[in-house]
Structures are given as C-alpha cells and as structure tokens.
Design a protein around this ligand. Structure first.
Ligand code: NAD
Length: 459
C-alpha cells in the first residue's frame, strides 16, 4: 500500500517506520525542515539525536528504500494520486489550562490536505482514500474532519479513527508486538483498507484487533489514558501518602500486598513525584472539557489531575517543612530532565517546575544532568550564571546542597556508593522516584537526610 504520514513526531515517525517494516511504501511529511533532514539522513545516530526511540534509527536505515521524508507539498500531491491512506499525526496540545484541545495544527494540515486531495487523479478524485486520525482527538473529530473535507469538495474518502497507544521509550518494541489495534470506521470499505494496512497484525494470535465506530475509538483512547492516569494518582496520592505518613511502612511492601491481587494488577504501582509526558495529563483534561461542555460533571477526572499536581508540590514543600532546608543561596543538583527514562521527551516533565521552583527561591546554582534530554531542556533553560549543564551525574552532585532525582534513569540507582564514598558535603537527597530505596538505610547511616516519595523523612 502507499501510505502518507502527516506529522513526523513520536507517533508519526514510529508508525511510519512500522508501516515500512510491514512492506508498505511510505512518505512522511512535516513542516519542520530540521527534523525532516535528520530523520531522512539515513544515519542512525542523527535520527536518534532528533527522536530517541530504541530501534527507530536502525529500522529507518534498514527500510530507507521504502520510506522517505519531505517538507515539499508538491511531493505529497504527487504521492496522493496513488495513496491508500493518510495518517494524521499532528499535535493536539491543551489550549492554555482550559482542557480544550488545540486543533489548529490538525486543522491547518487537514485543510492543506483537502486542497491537495481535490486535485488527485487530475481532478477526477477517482481513487478512494482513507484519512486516518492517529492523533488523540476529541470524540466527535470524525465529524469535524469530514466537515473540512466536504468544505473543500473532497470526494471518494472515508474518515477512520485509529488511536495510538504507544508508550514512549518502548514505541518500536511495542508497535512490533501491540496488545491491541483499535480501528474505528463507519464503512466496510474503510475497515478493509485498514485491515490491509495492519495485515501483519490482523490475524496475529496475540493482538486484539478491535473494530468499532470512530467515536468509540476516539473515546476509548481518552478513557484508557484516564484510567492509567487515575491508577498513578491513587498510587501517589493515597498509597504513597500513607507510606509517607507512618513509620515502619515500606512502600515496596505495600505494593507487594496490594498488587498481588489480580483484579488490581501491577501496572503503575510505583511512587513518583509526578506523572508527566505529553499524553496522560492532556487527555484527562480533554476528557473533562468534553464532559463539561456537554453539561456533565467531571469531578473525579478533575481531582485526578489535581492529585498529580499536589504530588509535585508536596514533594518540593517537604524539604523545607520536614528537613528545615532553606533553598536560598543553595546549590541544587537536578538529575533527570526527560519526563521518564528511555526518552528525550521533556513535555510536562516535572523538572521544568522544579527549575522554576528553584529559581523563585533564589538558589545559587542548578546543576543539571540527563543522559539524553539536555539539548531539549537547554532550549527552555539556557545555561547562565545560575544554570549549569553537566555531562556526568557526578559533576552535578559533587558540590550540591540538595540532590533531586527526577527521572528514573537506571544509572541513577548506583549513586548511593558515590554519595557515601566521595562527597565532601552531605546533600539533602530528594528522591522523586525511589531510585535509591535499596540504599536509604546506608545513606542514613552515613549521615544523609532523605526526602523520598513514599517514605517519611529519613535522617
Ligand atoms: N507521544 C506519545 O507518546 C503519544 C502517544 C499516543 C498518542 N499521541 C498523540 O499523537 C499526536 C502526535 O503526538 P506526537 O507525540 O507525535 O507529537 P509531536 O509533537 O512529537 O509531533 C507532531 C509533529 O507534527 C508536526 N506538524 C505540526 N503542524 C504540522 C502541519 N501543519 N503539517 C505537517 N506537520 C505538522 C510537528 O512539526 C511535529 O513534528 C498527539 O495528538 C498525541 O496526543 C502521542
């Protein structure tokens, strides 16, 4: 099949790579020339410096003859003559803090596409084409997409909703072995096209291939993400808080007790300073907005969002309240800027709020380290008299008064030895990920104070 991807972000590029790997001919279009140059470079390291997903670089290099990247719409127009499906992979961020989805990227791309679609096959538009909403969109988006297409006089098209469930950091691995593929369409022809797109998974024994209508597909994506978000919020705000409140309660022991119940399950059973990233927060806000604009209450959805914010505020406030730590004039080591391990994505990463928090409290320095997401963070917080970037975690912590662990990069697990053995000062350890929980006792013995999510103050 010939498949066009519009938007070369995490979703567009990873899905396009899998399509090429499935034997399709793929064109990826984006307006970001720098990104397109890197992704189309044919060099694994260059690709991964732009989009860090394990296996993505190799896959794009391997299938270079089946996938190309462009910023030229003339190339897109030419491709559309024989194109079977167009995947819309545009950003749909929140408008301010309203919960509403900003559909301006989507609509700009859809309008541009619609104009090009009317010209295909010398204006006869005889080849049927399917427009696939892969972006996470409002539940009624299928109608909005059709409205845009009809407004331009596009013919012989269908609109399908095929939400993406990728997990950043495991996008390629996950896409090779998806747990489910959800296709929402109105017509048998559109379902048939999508079965061809996903032929390798359609009959696969361990993939749930779910055919529903487009609104169910869009709603299912939002609700699945809300459910995951709620699980995290319960873990942070109820279970973690309980473990922080009572001495002699180890978070990990509670996890064993609670998560052993198959009805509860183990996913999301960790304590963390914040659930960041581009999806969970935004999708919960969007769900709330859509419920409320349709005259319904969204109390629990809103409270889940608030619980996540409260978690980060509580974590930061504990330094002063429980350890008597005064931030002003202090040196802070901030370890981890990616919103989670194995990605360079910094969208909604707690480190942004932490850096602002430190700046507002007039710290002397924030020394920042991350193994993959520093260039992205530097765009928001350029190096300055108070902001210093380091190329190793030890450089960040060696003179610090407080060490904040914000991302669960596995390499941070080994920090306790370095802290105990080599640091002259004994910084306050703020473990926002329980990365050092196996060494809290040793750190305490060595004279460190520890503020950790899911533990009372340890000193
Ligand atoms: N990142 C995830 O983990 C994830 C998972 C599931 C669903 N989603 C959803 O998928 C969608 C895309 O997310 P993402 O993370 O890939 O976003 P992203 O920001 O990484 O990528 C979006 C791309 O679209 C491009 N773009 C913007 N306007 C354009 C236009 N008019 N024409 C062509 N390209 C344009 C941008 O330059 C960017 O490269 C969002 O709706 C998101 O909620 C994301």
């Amino acid at each position: 099949m010939n498949i066009l991807y519009i938007g070369a972000g995490f979703v567009g590029t990873c899905s396009a790579a899998i399509s090429a790997d499935s034997g399709h001919n793929v064109l990826v279009y984006d307006i970001d020339a720098k990104k397109i140059e890197k992704l189309g470079s044919g060099d694994r390291d260059t690709i991964e410096s732009c989009l860090y997903e394990k296996g993505l670089g190799d896959m794009l290099v391997r299938h270079a003859d089946r996938i190309s990247f462009t910023t030229q719409y003339t190339e897109v127009e030419h491709f559309l003559d024989t194109c079977d499906a167009v995947f819309m992979c545009l950003p749909t961020p929140e408008v301010g803090e309203s919960g509403e989805s900003d559909l301006s990227f989507y609509k700009a791309a859809a309008n541009e596409l619609a104009v090009a679609l009317t010209k295909r096959n010398n204006g006869t538009q005889e080849k049927r084409i399917v427009i696939v909403n892969k972006s996470t969109v409002p539940i009624d988006m299928v109608d909005q997409t059709a409205h845009i297409m009809d407004g331009h006089g596009v013919k012989a098209y269908g609109v399908v909703s095929n939400p993406e469930f990728l997990v950043e950091g495991k996008a390629i691995q996950g896409a090779m072995k998806p747990d489910r593929i959800v296709v929402g369409a109105w017509t048998p022809e559109d379902f048939a096209v999508m079965r061809n797109v996903y032929q390798r998974f359609y009959d696969a024994p361990d993939v749930k291939y779910l055919e529903v209508n487009p609104k169910e597909a869009a709603a299912g994506k939002l609700l699945a993400n809300y459910y995951l978000f709620a699980k995290l919020a319960v873990c942070f705000d109820v279970i973690g808080r309980t473990a922080e409140t009572f001495s002699d309660i180890q978070f990990e022991s509670i996890r064993k007790i609670v998560a052993s119940d198959a009805r509860i399950g183990g996913w999301g059973f960790y304590d963390s300073l914040y659930a960041g990233g581009s999806c969970l927060i935004k999708d919960a806000r969007s769900l709330s907005y859509q419920l409320q604009t349709n005259g319904k209450e969204a109390t629990l959805v809103n409270e889940t969002y608030t619980a996540n914010r409260r978690q980060l505020e509580t974590f930061l406030a504990r330094a002063e309240r429980e350890a008597g730590f005064v931030w002003q004039g202090k040196k802070v080591a901030l370890l981890g800027t990616a919103f989670k391990r194995d990605t360079n994505d910094i969208r909604n990463t707690p480190s942004i709020d932490i850096a602002h928090f430190c700046q507002e409290r007039n710290v002397e320095e924030i020394a920042i380290y991350d193994p993959s997401a520093l260039p992205m963070f530097q765009e928001l917080f350029p190096a300055s008299a108070t902001i210093r970037y380091t190329s190793h975690e030890f450089d960040a912590i060696k003179d610090a008064d407080v060490v904040i662990l914000a991302t669960d990069w596995p390499q941070f697990r080994g920090l306790a030895d370095v802290m105990i053995g080599e640091l002259k000062k004994k910084p306050l350890v703020m473990d926002g990920r329980r990365m050092l929980q196996h060494r809290y006792h040793d750190l305490q013995e060595a004279g460190f104070g520890i503020i950790a999510v899911g533990s009372p103050f340890l000193s």
